[in-house]
Design a binder for this molecule. Structure first.
Ligand SMILES: *[C@@H]1O[C@H](CO)[C@@H](O)[C@H](O)[C@H]1NC(C)=O
Ligand SMILES: *[C@@H]1O[C@H](CO)[C@@H](O)[C@H](O)[C@H]1NC(C)=O
Ligand SMILES: *[C@@H]1O[C@H](CO)[C@@H](O)[C@H](O)[C@H]1NC(C)=O
Ligand SMILES: *[C@@H]1O[C@H](CO)[C@@H](O)[C@H](O)[C@H]1NC(C)=O
Length: 316
């Protein structure tokens, strides 16, 4: 397990390295390999970043707070709403987000969110995941479509999170998010009273017309706090979840700042009429990735694995 996760571990956590160094079972050559990999990711990151103000240290996702954040302008929590039994999907998404660098300006945490566990094996397997990755939030609710999970998600966060973020996103588990373009798109936007996403209806370019698609939308922290205390969402939490959020904000006269990120967010080509279009380089989110051939197409289009180095240890 440790072998398999070596790359991930090196990206994830400096303290993991320290821990490894303390272990007497780790040979010197292996230690050297760790430091080599660490150095490698530093170089890689700095190479990829195009911004002239590269003063910050690299920051990978799905991590909490082990690298100093003094250079970060804002923090984003991405909660991927999923179900406890989708172990394979979480494994895959951890890879997809774990290898992405975000940006020098944003500190992005990716977490998986679901409702109460219901089976004994879930308590064991999910506990393993938490021990290894610490990227799971279990809400006090019952798994069900449109049963108020999104309400429970936003309204619980201010109470249960150990820190505040500037923005909180809700994302589906069939969406591919590109963290660096997402962070870049947020940089110039207001930190308060912001509602960001892909506006429905599909063809609309007016972010005030209805609501942001459930594929992935983002609220500023003040709106998350408002959802936590307002009676408006509390009394109206059953139904299509993305539509409800738009309704609450309208009723509460909230979200004066809105940003619909089209064409950078969209449904996978051919899956959803006018919400779909071809893959484009400036993508922030591609939604409705239900099949492996669709994920493959996306990973190839965005050159996600191109950084892989040659090695005697493998051939692809
Ligand atoms: C969890 O939800 C149930 C049912 O909605 C409620 O009765 C209970 O008080 C909640 N527990 C906590 C810790 O919030
Ligand atoms: C979820 O689980 C907790 C702890 O086991 C329990 O207190 C709570 O009532 C459950 N909530 C729901 C909505 O079933
Ligand atoms: C709760 O919502 C229902 C249905 O939308 C509405 O009729 C009722 O007046 C609302 N109650 C409060 C206290 O807002
Ligand atoms: C992927 O790599 C190819 C070949 O280097 C390049 O032409 C293309 O623009 C890259 N695609 C993206 C989305 O960056």
């Amino acid at each position: 397990m440790r072998e398999k996760n070596k790359h991930y571990a090196v990206i994830k956590s400096a303290s993991y390295n320290a821990q490894a160094a303390n272990s007497s079972s780790i040979s010197l050559s292996r230690l050297f390999f760790f430091f080599f990999l660490y150095f490698f990711f530093f170089v890689l990151f700095n190479f990829r970043v195009t911004s002239p103000s590269v003063a910050g240290s690299p920051r990978k996702t799905i991590t909490v707070g082990e690298i100093p954040q003094q250079h970060k302008q804002f923090g984003v929590l991405i909660g991927i709403l999923t179900c406890p039994d989708k172990y394979d999907r979480r494994h895959f998404l951890r890879l997809v987000y774990g290898i992405q660098s975000s940006s020098p300006s944003a500190d992005i945490d990716v977490k998986f969110v679901f409702c109460n566990l219901t089976k004994p094996e879930q308590r064991a397997f999910v506990a393993l995941e938490i021990l290894r990755f610490d990227d799971i939030i279990i809400l006090n609710c019952t798994e069900n479509m449109n049963n108020g999970k999104t309400y429970t998600y936003f309204s619980s966060l201010p109470r249960i999170l150990p820190r505040r973020y500037d923005y909180v996103m809700k994302a589906d588990d069939d969406v591919f998010l590109r963290l660096a373009p997402l962070a870049l798109s947020l940089e110039p936007l207001p930190r308060l009273d912001l509602y960001y996403g892909f506006v429905i209806p599909c063809a609309s370019m007016n972010p005030f017309v209805e609501y942001m698609s459930g594929m992935g939308f983002l609220l500023s922290w003040d709106l998350v706090e408002w959802i936590g205390i307002s009676k408006i969402p509390q009394n109206d939490s059953y139904g299509p979840e993305d539509k409800l959020v738009g309704k609450w904000l309208k009723m509460g006269n909230k979200a004066k700042n809105r940003f619909s990120n089209k064409p950078a967010m969209y449904d996978y080509p051919g899956t959803n009429g006018r919400c779909s279009h071809e893959l484009i380089p400036e993508t922030v989110a591609v939604h409705r990735l239900k099949r492996w051939d669709q994920w493959l197409h996306v990973l190839e289009f965005f050159n996600v694995t191109e950084e892989l180095k040659h090695s005697n240890l493998y051939h692809l």
